[in-house]
Design a protein around this ligand. Structure first.
Ligand SMILES: Cc1cc2nc3c(=O)[nH]c(=O)nc-3n(C[C@H](O)[C@H](O)[C@H](O)COP(=O)(O)OP(=O)(O)OC[C@H]3O[C@@H](n4cnc5c(N)ncnc54)[C@H](O)[C@@H]3O)c2cc1C
Length: 388
């Protein structure tokens, strides 16, 4: 059996970040993925300034035109009605995950991680795992970066996520039409506790809807309506995938086994951004494992990781407070109106999307709105229908 200091399972943004960090630190690293690269991954591919920063820090890569399209044109809607059309917003980038993830996986291998691709992990023991073809690999520490349906999370906790709180998204790649003006579109009302997106890439437009699964009785119907509204290709088959949407794992790991990215539930519960959080947590997981291995105490890896991953979890908690303005029926009208007026909320949302602001920076704006929102919630609860 071949033995590794660190085995990373999954070579998406989280796993490739972990493997690159660990291999560059000189450790003996394997990266396992059930897919061979390039492979598709259902995703809008919106890449924020936060993602850009993480990619630069971890992989030393910049946003380049072969992998990204950049735009500063954003449009926000409510069931097709334009709330705001902003041609000079802080810029965001768009990528196709097929190409982007292949680049990241290539970086991990270039850094020295040994790839085992094309077969899933089928068994996990205390210090060894088995691949489908029977290959056994030994590890001192293990990083589970195997996505939302994580085998590693299931092995640790019995299930990969909570079905009551998980998000779900549907998407198509619709051919880009000549009249497409390249604006990134977000429709706040295409799904409950979620949104619809239309993200133009070079040849296609990624069109999708997503939100908390339990709050959307018929996501397919939401998607059909959104495809219709955006005049997208009606003949494309919808593809669906779960995505964590605020319900991260309070304890993402145990002893020498750490979870990163979607496997740890780390996705922004408002914007659905997961790429940046995956890269950041993958890097932190590797740093924690490196520290534990240097001290020759692999079982303490989780102890180190818990501290490093806390700020990401805290930012998700802060986003969940903002979500209480945007998503519940009682307050959504307030948010839409404020957004339409071009209030500071609009700018803050744009800065968040672009990765130029963090939820912690917005605490003051939230506190200022609490009295008005509290009154609205109370009226809603009492069924009061007077002027708003
Ligand atoms: C519809 C949708 C739209 C989204 N849009 C955006 C967006 O626009 N911007 C954004 O930032 N985020 C978006 N996200 C979230 C983002 O896609 C994820 O948060 C991100 O991909 C998480 O990265 P990861 O590395 O943790 O997992 P993944 O990218 O899912 O990678 C996991 C890897 O593990 C491998 N794997 C799985 N199981 C096994 C196994 N048993 N054995 C071996 N390998 C295994 C898989 O093949 C895969 O390569 C979206 C998600 C969805 C579902």
């Amino acid at each position: 059996m071949t033995e590794y200091d660190i085995i990373v399972v999954g070579s998406g943004p989280a796993g490739s970040a972990a493997a690159t960090t660990a291999a560059r630190a000189g450790l003996n690293v394997a990266i396992v993925d059930k897919a061979t690269f390039p492979r598709d991954k259902l995703c809008g591919g919106l890449f924020t300034g936060r993602s850009q920063k993480a990619m630069r820090a971890i992989f030393g890569q910049e946003v380049t035109s072969d992998l990204f399209v950049t735009t500063d044109h954003m449009r926000f809607l409510s069931r097709g009605r334009v709330l705001a059309d902003i041609p000079n917003a802080p810029p965001v980038h768009l990528t196709m995950r097929r190409d982007f993830d292949a680049m990241l996986h290539g970086e991990a291998v270039k850094a020295g991680a040994v790839p085992y691709v094309g077969q899933p992990i089928t068994e996990l023991g205390n210090s060894a795992l088995t691949l489908r073809d029977g290959t056994q690999l030994g590890f001192r520490t293990l990083i589970g970066a195997d996505g939302v349906n994580s085998f590693i999370a299931r092995s640790l906790f019995g299930k990969p996520f909570d079905p009551d709180t998980i998000g779900f998204g549907l998407e198509i790649e619709s051919p880009r039409k000549p009249e497409c003006d390249g604006a990134v579109e977000i429709d706040f009302d295409a799904a409950s506790w979620g949104y619809g997106w239309s993200f133009p890439k070079r040849e296609t437009v990624t069109v999708g809807v997503g939100g908390i699964n339990a709050k959307n009785a018929d996501m397919k119907a939401n998607m059909s309506a959104y495809v219709d509204q955006t005049n997208s290709d009606p003949d494309q088959r919808f593809k669906g995938q779960y995505l964590p949407f605020g319900d991260y794992k309070r304890k993402p790991g145990r002893d020498n086994i750490l979870l990163a990215g979607d496997a740890a539930g780390l996705v922004d519960p408002i914007t659905g951004e997961g790429i940046a959080l995956a890269m950041e947590s993958g890097q932190h997981a590797a740093e924690a494992a490196i520290k534990a291995l240097k001290q020759n105490r692999p079982q303490t890896a989780y102890f180190h990781y818990e501290k490093l991953v806390k700020p990401i979890q805290r930012s998700i908690d802060q986003a969940k407070m903002w979500r209480m303005i945007m998503f519940p029926k009682a307050t959504e009208g307030y948010f839409r109106k404020a957004f339409e007026r071009g209030s500071s909320l609009q700018m803050k949302y744009l800065e968040l999307l672009a990765g130029e602001a963090e939820y912690a920076d917005l605490r003051g704006a939230l506190l200022r709105r609490i009295p008005k929102l509290g009154w609205r919630l109370l009226k809603h609860r009492l069924g009061f229908r007077g002027p708003t």
